[in-house]
Design a protein around this ligand. Structure first.
Ligand code: GAL
Length: 423
């Protein structure tokens, strides 16, 4: 009897499923235990410390599970995301991977990359432990798809008080206009006003200029079609961005965010715009003292606004070690895990019921601002909240051209049209 093409296909699938099942049991570790592979980009100084603390707590609680720490270097996951996409395409997923809450995660959900975790939230009683804005950012069609470990703030300006004072600056700039005035004076003294790193840090700077110049409402409108990219005020803001960049060291941009901060630490550049993971680098890796050795304020024009992002972990579809992957997620969502991770990562815990005694200095201040009902919360572009993966990638390409051409109209047109095509 001829085998129908359909039966052949389902037989093929059965073989594939068998292979996966075999894979899972054959990867059982030597000592009779099991393993879990967790994929992230937290391997550099200022990021590794937090992950290590979480992993070591996981290992204590799960002594039988080997932890396979699959990290790929590169801030904001620029390299990790490409490698992950290739692995998922090749049907070789890790068990759990890092993804930003928001449209970044939603793009993955739509692409069928990760599992619905609503059952785990019910089982662990997590649903009412997260703020609503964060829960919304990980929910699609009523289902919850990842476990957030932290909340970071992107709209921050870092500097060394002594370097600024020595350069004649009495207070950090409250607006981008003030920044430009200071930058011109610093240039006269042979100082670089702003250090910058690779493309993603230039996008991070762009989002803070958009936020500071346009205000939170128009900023949010950029991502949902309500603010016209080609309008006069957006074009004027893009011109301000170009001016800001002209006072940076973009011609000799640093390779990543840590070396960009190194220039601020060394005092060859006065300011750096970066998210609050910088605190982990400055205070833990570099052993500098908050307020004495370095200080931070909101990026110009964004006082009272929290440009947020959140790192979360998924259970990948086809995870070879599903049960162990779930245990990792339980660790990520636990109070104990979050209280070990966040003080070392420079972030606010995703959960609202953690132990405040662990959070000091800047992080205690950030926690208060995040919880304050007077704070205006907006989402980060660069770190996955407000634009889907396809649009964000198109913005990267357009921005790489814009920082060289300075053609604001061409950039705005390109961003607006890629919004339409990536919807
Ligand atoms: C962000 C991430 C942060 C931090 C930063 C620099 O995208 O959410 O946790 O790792 O990149 O790599």
């Amino acid at each position: 009897m001829p085998i129908s093409r359909r039966r052949l296909l389902s037989a093929g699938l059965a073989v594939a499923a068998g292979t996966l099942a075999g894979c899972s049991s054959s990867s059982t570790a030597k000592d009779g235990g099991s393993e879990v592979e967790v994929f992230s980009w937290w391997t550099g100084p200022g990021e590794k410390e937090g992950l290590d603390a979480l992993v070591s707590d996981f290992k204590t609680k799960n002594p039988g599970i080997d932890f396979n720490n699959a990290t790929v270097a590169g801030g904001a996951g620029v390299n990790a995301k490409t490698i992950l996409a290739n692995r998922l395409k090749a049907n070789n997923p890790p068990d759990s991977y890092q993804v930003h809450a928001g449209l970044d995660l939603q793009s993955d959900v739509r692409a069928g990359r990760c599992e619905d975790l609503t059952y785990l939230y019910a089982q662990q009683g997590w649903k009412d432990k997260l703020p609503k804005s964060l829960l919304d950012a990980i929910t699609l069609d009523g289902k919850i798809y990842s476990v957030p470990v932290d909340v970071h703030r992107a709209n921050l300006l870092w500097y060394r008080p002594k370097v600024a004072t020595d350069a004649g600056i009495t207070a950090p700039p409250a607006t981008w206009d003030e920044f430009l005035t200071q930058a011109e004076a610093l240039k006269g003294k042979g100082l670089t006003a702003l250090s910058i790193g690779p493309g993603w840090t230039q996008k991070h700077l762009l989002e803070t200029v958009l936020l500071g110049q346009l205000g939170p409402d128009k900023y949010l409108g950029l991502w949902n079609g309500r603010t016209d990219w080609k309008s006069t005020d957006v074009l004027a803001t893009l011109a301000v961005y170009t001016k800001v960049l002209s006072y940076s060291d973009i011609a000799s941009a640093a390779g990543d965010w840590q070396p960009a901060l190194d220039k601020m630490i060394a005092g060859t550049a006065v300011y750096n715009v970066m998210g609050d993971w910088a605190i982990a680098y400055l205070s833990i890796s570099k052993q500098l003292v908050y307020k004495d050795d370095y200080a931070v304020t909101t990026s110009p024009g964004s006082a009272g606004v929290y440009d947020f992002l959140s790192d979360s972990f998924t259970l990948a579809k086809g995870a070879p070690h599903r049960a162990e992957g779930e245990k990792w997620l339980v660790e990520c969502g636990s109070i104990g895990g979050q209280d070990l991770f966040n003080p070392r990562k420079g972030s606010v815990p995703a959960r609202t019921d953690t132990d405040r005694a662990f959070y000091k200095g800047y992080i205690a201040e950030a926690m208060a601002a995040w919880a304050d009902s007077d704070t205006t919360v907006v989402g980060s572009l660069t770190h996955g909240v407000v634009a889907n993966t396809a649009w964000n990638a198109a913005i990267d390409t357009a921005l790489a051209t814009f920082v060289r051409s300075h053609d604001a109209a061409a950039f705005a047109t390109s961003v607006a049209s890629s919004y339409e095509s990536s919807k």
